[in-house]
Design a protein. Structure first.
Length: 256
């Protein structure tokens, strides 16, 4: 083929057909340009397909992360359900509706001061953002769901607010006439920053919890914690639904 075009060009020059030669030369340039554009387009498509495949692999990992989040939701549901039950019994004692041994009250009061924070498994999603793989997801609704799920974590916010309520009552507890510092009920501010801070038990308690729970600040504290526990459960339920919905959408996308 190259030999044919070379001979054709040589013949045009020998016969002094300048016009035809120029037309031929122009055509040859067009062919070269078209060939280059096709090669560029092919490489671009290949790169995009490679990126799309890598993005699907990352989405498969996101599914694993979502499963980890789901497992964590179940663990924290059990944890905060126990806490809510303890607070309801404490409130009943504060209203003199029931009697419970002092050590049992101490255990429940400690449970009210415990808290566990929730942290998403978001490393894969953050990697997708950092490497710009998210732009190769060919489903805008799925992209929106990913951004929403990892952008706003309602459950995490509600557990942080619970921790703030507990921290705000430290002085009230320590200043109560019925509180005994030897029981070490109050969390140390350093350890309280840990994701899964839990106080160690110290029985028998010297604090008179029955009397302390009758104090106005204690009753307000119980009401605040109970109200916040409702908020915690509502947001937990919301995030569980969002988690499952996103996981289902990713599975459908990966099947295409």
């Amino acid at each position: 083929m190259l030999t044919f075009f070379r001979r054709l060009r040589q013949r045009f020059l020998e016969e002094n057909r300048i016009t035809r030669y120029l037309i031929y030369a122009f055509g040859e340039i067009i062919l070269v340009v078209v060939g280059i554009l096709i090669a560029i387009q092919f490489n671009t498509m290949k790169e995009e397909n490679d990126k799309a495949r890598q993005t699907k692999l990352l989405l498969s990992q996101v599914l694993i992360d979502l499963k980890a989040d789901s497992t964590r939701f179940e663990e924290l549901y059990t944890y905060y359900a126990g806490k809510s039950y303890a607070m309801q019994r404490l409130f009943a004692v504060s209203q003199e509706e029931m009697q419970i041994s002092n050590d049992s009250l101490g255990d429940m009061f400690r449970a009210m001061l415990h808290f566990k924070r929730y942290f998403q498994s978001a490393s894969t999603f953050e990697s997708m953002l950092a490497t710009n793989h998210i732009q190769f997801i060919r489903d805008n609704q799925l992209v929106d769901k990913l951004m929403n799920y990892y952008g706003v974590v309602y459950f995490s916010v509600s557990t942080e607010l619970y921790a703030n309520i507990v921290a705000g009552r430290r002085s009230d507890i320590s200043q109560s006439l019925h509180y005994k510092a030897a029981d070490r009920i109050l969390p140390d501010s350093t350890y309280a920053q840990l994701p899964e801070f839990v106080l160690s038990e110290s029985r028998p308690y010297k604090t008179d919890f029955t009397e302390m729970l009758k104090e106005p600040w204690a009753q307000h504290f119980l009401v605040d914690c109970l109200n916040q526990s409702v908020y915690v459960f509502d947001n937990l339920a919301r995030d569980k639904v969002r988690n499952q919905s996103l996981a289902n959408d990713i599975r459908r996308y990966l099947k295409n």
